[in-house]
Structures are given as structure tokens and as C-alpha cells.
Design a protein around this ligand. Structure first.
Ligand code: ADP
Ligand code: MG
Length: 331
């Protein structure tokens, strides 16, 4: 039997192999890259797989949100990116630092100079006995770089001013509102001019109006200083304001939504359009959003069709096809 004509020739295969070799490595131009990241916790003999092969790339200068149900692995990921925890397997790099291969000394420097973080509990972000200005100056004082005291104070004030909390500079945390404390916390996170600011549910304890102000502060930092910002949030309003939202499900990134503004051809008004994306992993696996599959009653097997410019995914139609062919009527 002659092979089907669609079989690749040796020349085809050689061409493909060359193309593959010339393709840049995964995440080579990303500021944050997580490649099949795994984190397994064992507690009392029970293993919990908090991250199950998570892939994520974040470009320099992005402002993005991570969303997902409670227990999906968001904080585990943030703790790893913050240099507070180490993954069980996989690869994670942030600004050219290999998070699996840092010495204790590297790790300390990484936490002081490469990343800044803002946690949900306002009390975890600021020292209670220092004023706002002193809290912001402290990381500069602790970092190896010898910034003069006067310059530290000036930079602290500049940051507080940029985030619209300059009036709190001489206040201790208990004299500030929750929203003011979080904005001061962002200034603390920015003190040493980090590559990335990570925030784990920073507006979780705030009402929606205050949350909005805190979010504006993250956006200001991103736009004015170019700092890359990754925010874990439950807040749909916050998730709705960033260009990119990545969903985490069962310890993996599942789908993501990208938004961009577009001018409506009819009205001439600018409007935001969003589009849902999914990550295709190396094995070709793809997770479809539950709303999509449920809307069409898809489960188990689905039918695939390769089209010139897309792949169609349809509910399994093999049963009808067989019935249509006039099977013998048994189930
Ligand atoms: P999220 O922040 O999305 O709510 P987490 O990352 O906190 O989720 O947790 C993911 C899973 O890992 C959960 O099942 C949680 O119970 C478990 N987990 C997180 N931290 C630990 C730990 N230190 N020890 C044992 N299990 C943990
Ligand atoms: Mg969490």
C-alpha cells in the first residue's frame, strides 16, 4: 500500500526541525516566566498539590490580574514569586533570577531589591510604630545601596505624593484609613524601585470605593514608573480594569481575558472589547471555559475539525451520525 500523500517527506521533517530549533526558548523575553511549576505540600501524611504544572509569562511593564476560586493556588504562586517559598518542581524566573537556584543571600537581596509586595492584611504591610514616611524609607535603609538619609526621605515623600497619601506622611498606621494604609504599602513596595510589585488580594478588606482608590494607585505606579504589577484579586471591578486577567484553576492557569479599547464604527465612541483566550500546553492540551462547554452541553468527547484558519470544536456528533446511517436500532 502506498503511503497517503499527506505524509511529510524527509525534507519537510528536516525543515520543521530547523524551524523548531530556531524558535526562541519559552519565555525568553518575559520578565516573569513560570514553566510547569509544581508545589506539593505534605501535611500529616496528606499531599496537597497546590500548583500542578502552572505556566505563566508576564512581560515587562504589564499590569495584570490573577483570579481564581479560593484554594486554586494563587497565594502559593505569589509566595514563590516573592521568594518566600520554593517550588517542588518546574522552573520559575523573575528578572533573570532563577527562583530555584538562589542561595540564602541571593534570596534576601531578591526580596529587598527585585520584588515588592503588598498583602491583604494591612497590618502585615506596615510597621505600626513607624510613620508612613519612615515605613517607606526603611527598605531603602536596609538595602545595600548607600542612599543618603536626606535622599531617602525625599524619595519617600515623592512616592507618597504620587500615590496621593502625602498628607499621611507623619501618621502611624493606626491613624490612617485602610485605603490609606494600602496606598502607603504600595509606596513601601516601590521604595527600592523593584522590577515587579506583587499584591495578594490587596483590596480584600476594603469597601469598593476605597478599593478603587487603591487600584488607581497600582495603576499610577505602573504608568508613571513602568513597574510590572501582578495583582491577585476576587474583585470583579478590579479585574475588569486591567488589560489582562489570567484565571487559575486547580493549580494551573486555565483561561485569560484580554481587553483593548476600540472605536465603535457607528457611534465613534471608544469602547472596551474583551476576548477570551486559553493556553495551549506543549502536549496540545487546552482548557475550554466552563460557560462555553456548558452552553453547548459539551462533555467527554468533542468533535474537532481543522479549518484553514481555525479549529472548530463541536459537541460529539458521532452518535447521531451512526443513527443517521441506519444502525440496527439497538442502543
Ligand atoms: P488561594 O490563594 O488561591 O486561595 P492557596 O495557594 O492559598 O490558594 O492554596 C492552594 C492549596 O494549597 C489549598 O488546598 C491550600 O489548602 C494548600 N496549601 C497552601 N499552603 C499550604 C501549606 N503551607 N501547607 C499545606 N497546604 C497548603
Ligand atoms: Mg490566597
Amino acid at each position: 500500500m502506498t503511503p497517503p500523500t499527506t505524509d511529510p517527506t524527509l525534507a519537510d521533517l528536516a525543515r520543521r526541525a530547523t524551524a523548531h530549533r530556531d524558535r526562541p526558548a519559552y519565555g525568553h523575553d518575559a520578565l516573569i516566566s513560570c514553566d510547569r511549576l509544581v508545589r506539593v505540600f505534605s501535611a500529616d501524611g496528606v499531599e496537597v498539590q497546590a500548583l500542578q504544572g502552572l505556566d505563566l509569562l508576564v512581560r515587562e511593564g504589564e499590569l495584570m490580574a490573577l483570579v481564581g476560586a479560593s484554594g486554586s493556588g494563587k497565594s502559593t504562586l505569589m509566595n514563590i514569586l516573592a521568594g518566600l517559598d520554593t517550588p517542588t518542581a518546574g522552573a520559575a524566573r523573575v528578572a533573570d533570577h532563577d527562583l530555584l537556584a538562589m542561595t540564602a543571600k541571593d534570596r534576601l537581596r531578591y526580596r529587598r531589591e527585585v520584588v515588592g509586595f503588598v498583602w491583604q492584611q494591612t497590618s502585615r504591610n506596615l510597621l505600626p510604630y513607624l510613620t508612613a514616611a519612615q515605613n517607606v524609607a526603611l527598605p531603602m535603609q536596609l538595602s545595600g545601596t548607600r542612599v543618603r538619609r536626606r535622599d531617602r526621605a525625599a524619595r519617600a515623600l515623592e512616592l507618597l505624593d504620587m500615590l496621593q497619601v502625602a498628607d499621611c506622611r507623619d501618621h502611624r498606621p493606626h491613624q490612617m484609613s485602610g485605603g490609606q494604609q494600602q496606598r502607603v504599602a504600595i509606596a513601601v513596595a516601590l521604595a527600592n524601585d523593584p522590577s515587579v510589585v506583587l499584591a495578594d488580594e490587596p483590596t480584600g478588606e476594603l469597601d469598593s470605593h476605597t478599593a478603587e482608590q487603591v487600584f488607581t494607585a497600582f495603576r499610577t505606579a505602573n504608568e508613571r514608573l513602568g513597574t510590572t504589577v501582578v495583582i491577585v484579586t476576587h474583585d470583579q471591578a478590579v479585574a475588569g480594569e486591567v488589560r489582562r486577567t489570567v484565571a487559575i484553576r486547580d493549580g494551573r492557569t486555565s483561561t485569560e481575558v484580554l481587553r483593548r479599547s476600540e472605536v465603535d464604527a457607528e457611534t465613534g465612541h471608544e469602547r472596551m472589547v474583551s476576548r477570551e483566550y486559553a493556553m495551549l500546553d506543549r502536549a496540545g492540551r487546552l482548557q475550554l471555559p466552563a460557560e462555553y462547554t456548558e452552553a453547548l452541553g459539551m462533555r467527554d468527547r468533542v468533535a474537532l475539525d481543522l479549518q484553514p484558519d481555525h479549529i472548530a470544536v463541536r459537541p460529539d456528533d458521532s452518535r447521531q451520525a451512526e443513527d443517521g446511517r441506519g444502525g440496527n436500532g439497538t442502543v
